[in-house]
Write a protein that binds this ligand. Structure first.
Ligand SMILES: [Zn+2]
Length: 82
């Protein structure tokens, strides 16, 4: 295959993937609020950046938000050591 055609195809595929990703992100959230990402594993958490930290579980002051899984693991490990 001609390199130029292949590169064009690759680029348009990437553009399409990005477009779909953006659409999915918009469909999943009713608002355009940013979702907090887990500081440990990088997964989306159930919280938005606008959510008050007092109402959150798994939020570490000075570090950030943990997802449910990491929050559980962390509590579990802490439980062993104390
Ligand atoms: Zn996590």
């Amino acid at each position: 295959m001609d390199d130029a055609i292949f590169n064009d195809l690759l680029k348009s595929t990437k553009d399409m993937v990005e477009h779909v990703k953006r659409r999915q992100r918009m469909d999943n959230t009713d608002t355009d609020e940013e979702v907090e990402v887990c500081v440990s594993c990088g997964a989306d958490t159930q919280y938005k950046k606008s959510d008050h930290i007092d109402y959150r579980l798994g939020y570490i002051e000075g570090s950030g938000q943990l997802c449910a899984k990491c929050s559980y693991t962390r509590t579990f490990i802490k439980g062993i050591h104390t």
